[in-house]
Design a protein around this ligand. Structure first.
Ligand code: TXA
Ligand code: MG
Length: 347
């Protein structure tokens, strides 16, 4: 299959043609990759089982891993969910459109093939104007996982999508500026529970709806092997081909551990990269040194994370040592992804 790659140009006439074409493809049961404010999504008509089956095939995604349904207005929530609790309305008011996914009890129109057989459905109203316009103009609810091959880092640039999915999907819409996936909050039970950390934090939720829990699989998962409530969180994800280790502790010790091991591996002929920050990058002596931005600027680390992980593959890096990034706020989301990329190796 030939994949159309279309650039959103901000020329209204040209852009309109792109949305028309993409809408046609979606309504006919095809696949369109599109930008959101978090990562690129691989979209299909959420209510068309055959169309969503193509998503699983193109990504090589396990069929028990459910998809997020992307919507453009609140009416859609009442159609897709059988119950809309007060907390959902409040959180939608505060955080939608935006990087928040809510898990609600599903209505009958939602096929189980997109919920991995669960009785709940994940719903998100993206704020990115291309995503919003695509949903609105196509007239379909768009089921979309991140537009990467399963197990690879989520795509933050169209060329990441092209690399993974070119020839396997109908169309890719290209644009700029994105970061880390949406926060997922489960509202299908009594106490709202965060299933995947993201830009919207526990503290931000608590201001709106009171007590919020974090799925123990996120905080203890590394040690305890607790089963996460979001099926997708159990898979090793975002994995670069390189062996990635996160080194935690006193910065002096971290630096000397990384320097010693980098030297050793390079002497053996391996390519080694180091993930660091603007504050500490000058302390490293060898290897390919990559700064994730200022330590204090958590958003910068979030924005750089996936592109950096992919860069390691392009450069055929064998080993990566990463400093740990703060575990508060967005830093928790960044570390959660990094830990998964490392296949849970923390030293
Ligand atoms: O920012 C995002 O959320 C991006 C953009 C494209 O919207 N999408 C995304 O989708 O990250 P994906 O498929 O890569 O991750 C969806 C996660 C998976 O871990 C999945 O298991 C979980 O959401 N999920 C989906 N439906 C669920 C449900 N009914 N109950 C619990 N977890 C669910
Ligand atoms: Mg994903």
């Amino acid at each position: 299959m030939e994949t159309i790659v279309a650039d959103i140009t901000c020329n209204p006439k040209e852009d309109e043609k792109i949305y028309e074409k993409a809408g046609e493809i979606l309504r006919a049961g095809g696949l369109v990759a599109f930008p959101t404010e978090t990562v690129y999504g691989l979209g299909a008509d959420a209510l068309d089982e055959a169309a969503s089956a193509k998503i699983y095939a193109a990504k090589g995604r396990p069929s028990d891993n459910p998809l997020i349904v992307h919507i453009a207005d609140m009416d859609a929530v009442y159609k897709l969910a059988s119950e809309v609790p007060e907390a959902a309305v409040k959180l939608a008011d505060k955080f939608w459109p935006g990087p928040l996914t809510m898990i609600l009890k599903k209505s009958d129109i939602v096929p189980e093939s997109i919920t991995g057989g669960l009785g709940t459905v994940a719903i998100r109203m993206p704020s990115h104007k291309v995503a919003a316009e695509l949903i609105r103009s196509s007239g379909v609810y768009i089921a979309a996982p991140s537009a990467n091959t399963s197990g690879k880092p989520s795509p933050t640039l169209a060329r990441h999508v092209i690399k993974d999915l070119s020839g396997k999907i109908d169309m890719i819409i290209d644009t700029v500026d994105i970061g880390v996936e949406s926060t997922i909050i489960d509202l299908s039970e009594d106490v709202p529970t965060i299933l995947r950390p993201g830009f919207i934090t526990k503290e931000m939720f608590e201001e709106v709806v009171g007590e919020v829990r974090i799925d123990p699989a996120i905080t203890d998962g590394v040690k305890a092997g607790v089963v996460p409530k979001a099926p997708g969180m159990k898979y090793k994800h975002y994995a670069p081909d390189a062996d990635l280790k996160i080194i935690e502790g006193d910065i002096d010790k971290v630096v000397s551990y990384i320097n010693d091991n980098t030297r050793k591996l390079m002497d053996e002929g391996y390519k080694v990269a180091i993930m660091t920050t603007d504050e500490t990058k000058h302390l490293y002596t060898d290897g390919i040194i990559i700064s994730m931005g200022h330590k204090s600027d958590e958003l910068s680390a979030a924005r750089h994370l996936y592109a950096t992980l992919r860069e390691f593959d392009n450069e055929h890096i064998d080993y990566v040592f990463s400093e740990s990034f703060e575990t508060e706020n967005v830093g928790r989301a960044v570390m959660n992804r990094l830990i998964k990329a490392a296949g849970h190796t923390i030293i």
